[in-house]
Design a protein around this ligand. Sequence first.
Ligand SMILES: [Zn+2]
Ligand SMILES: [Zn+2]
Length: 185
Amino acid sequence: MRRRILLLKIGQVDKIILVKLKKNLEWIFKDFQIKVRILLKELDLKDSYYHPKKRKYNADRIIEGMKEYLLDHDFFRVLGIVNEDIYSGTYNFIFGRADGIISKIALISVIRLNEIFYNRTKDNSLFEKRILREAIHELGHTFGLSHCQNHCIMQFSNSLMEADNKPIRFCKDCFKKLEVFLSNT
Ligand SMILES: [Zn+2]
Ligand SMILES: [Zn+2]
């Protein structure tokens, strides 16, 4: 079966981010015949997604916009990538969000994964790792995985420090669940 994850830019995003993410995701999911494709056209970051008081974009609205945009596309999963600050519900900011456990759409924001956001020196390799970590975590949710208590990429994290402490891999339990899920999908 053909399994393609589409990477979709939401607004302006550096293409190199997507190129590296594609390569890394294909490696991480190599056991599951998953391929990654970068969509050329980007989704506009609409003003209606923006919350002026919070000075952030509403992640759930962006996801709704992605659904509309993708209405006529046939796809396995879509991961949106935005380089703006996003929030959801009562969370002041989030790194990413899946449309739900077992869903087709997920979104990550890379802005807080960049050392530049904290006025620290740019670190491309750290940036790349963090993006990969968030991408796998949110895609994990779309593959039916909930948050995990083990030393695992599916651990919940609320801060960059917590996120940085997560391994870039699934624990044995989650990997097994993933195998079962993907063999039935
Ligand atoms: Zn999560
Ligand atoms: Zn786990």
